[in-house]
Design a protein around this ligand. Sequence first.
Ligand SMILES: [Zn+2]
Ligand SMILES: [Zn+2]
Ligand SMILES: [Zn+2]
Ligand SMILES: [Zn+2]
Length: 390
Amino acid sequence: MPYRTYYDLWRGQNQEDEIVEEMGEEEEDMQKLDEKLKQFEEDELTTYGSSENTPIDDDIPKATRKRNIVFDEERFEETFLKCMICREVYDEDEKAPKMLPCHHTFCLDCLNQMFRVEGEYRQSLTSAFRSMPMAVKICCPTCRDGLICSDQDIKRLPNDTTILELLNYIKLTGKSDVQYCSKHKMQPLNFFCEPCITPVCCDCTVLDHKEKNGHIVMNVEEALKKYTPVLDETITEMDKSIKTVEEKKQALEKAAENIEQIQKELAVQVRQTFDRIRDAIDERERELFNMSEHEIDKKRNEIGDQLAIVHDRESLLAKDRNNLKSAKDTKDISAMFTHHQSAREALGRKVEIPGPSRATKDFAVSFQFNSRAENNIRSTISVFGDVSFK
Ligand SMILES: [Zn+2]
Ligand SMILES: [Zn+2]
Ligand SMILES: [Zn+2]
Ligand SMILES: [Zn+2]
């Protein structure tokens, strides 16, 4: 084989023998079909052979060229697939094509009808009460050959298998739309050139896709048969890939959902941890605040006490002084001496007047803390906690 074909790329070269063998069988089938169609062609139906005006290689014997016959399906049906009596298309049931011993074929329905008519005619010749005869003689409408038979005999007549095959052939091939060669007029694309990976017509096979030039042409049905498993395999592979991708997609979607949940949970954890630390800091802050309040209160009371003593002394001195001054101004001798006496006593009394002592004047409380401890806290906080990804 001069070309590696598309199929070979997929399958390797080891199946060449099998392919050749299958093509041989196909050749035989084509010959049989050709014979069947020969009669049809001779009935002057529309036929298109290899175009006469197309130059075809002379080295190919005319007998081996395959013809492509394009025909009118209705006329084909009329000629081969309809009962000559009732003009209805044969089927595999009531209208089964039954072959008489003379080899003429009619549908089962019509033969039964002939049997009935003949039986009733026989009956009418005798008594009206006689039952239908078991067997009667019917005559072939084509050649007038007689056949004595019962209704069961008619049912047992052999089917015309050629007609059934043709029915089947039309059913299978007649449905698909025929595609024609764009280069050769009215030539259906019945072949497939493997190295070119293209459908070709009969004329193509002897012009542009000659086997001697390395082209490998096969019947289109054969190509379909050959490539269907390849396509099926690819479809199976695609299905597998799609399934894998689908699984991955689902996993990713699930992961996307999870990540949202993880983010929420993480935020809660971080918030709770720092809330605890903030609580500890707040508590310590309150402690220090309370501590200072207590000391300040003590000092405030101390100052208050001293102020009270000073006030008392002040008012006592003022009272004695005013009494003495008033007695002197009024020249009341008696009162003058009395008040002078008490004023001297007041002045002479040793009263500890608390001045702005060092304890009060310079009283200062400072917030003291270990600056190294603050730095430690800061550096501890700056690396506190971690988020690890697995
Ligand atoms: Zn019929
Ligand atoms: Zn006959
Ligand atoms: Zn062509
Ligand atoms: Zn080719």
